[in-house]
Design a protein around this ligand. Structure first.
Ligand code: CU
Length: 125
């Protein structure tokens, strides 16, 4: 009788451990960067839930990147874009609106950011 009780407890424990492992939610977002925009340029994510951002660039020779400089909110990266998606993972740790942009610039021309290649990640509760 005692061993049955222990078996049941053990099975429950294993179930709880597995359930936790699989309940990890990930917010998957796809994005495209081109001349001179991001699609989408306004993204809404939940705070403290991991984000997987898949960003690719449109055809063409103009180089693009995507960057964020909000380390206080868990977002700090600069990734060059390619035709195949680059995967950027982060977990937003604070609510608010945080900018992202492309900082590429050709000679004395305007930066891509100033031409409109920018957006906002809005982190909500
Ligand atoms: Cu660009």
């Amino acid at each position: 009788m005692r061993s049955i009780r222990y078996s049941i407890i053990l099975v429950c424990l294993i179930f709880v451990i597995f359930a936790q492992g699989y309940s990890d939610e990930v917010q998957k977002i796809e994005m495209v960067g081109g001349e001179y925009y991001f699609e989408s340029n306004h993204i809404i994510v939940k705070v403290n839930v991991p984000v997987e951002l898949r960003v690719r660039k449109t055809a063409g020779f103009t180089p693009h990147n995507i960057m964020m400089r909000s380390p206080e909110a868990g977002k700090n990266f600069r990734v060059n874009l390619r035709r195949s998606p680059r995967i950027i993972r982060f977990t937003p740790t604070k609510t608010g609106k945080y900018p992202f942009w492309c900082d590429k610039k050709f000679l004395f021309f305007q930066s891509h950011k100033n031409k409109g290649m920018k957006g906002i990640i809005e982190v909500v509760d």
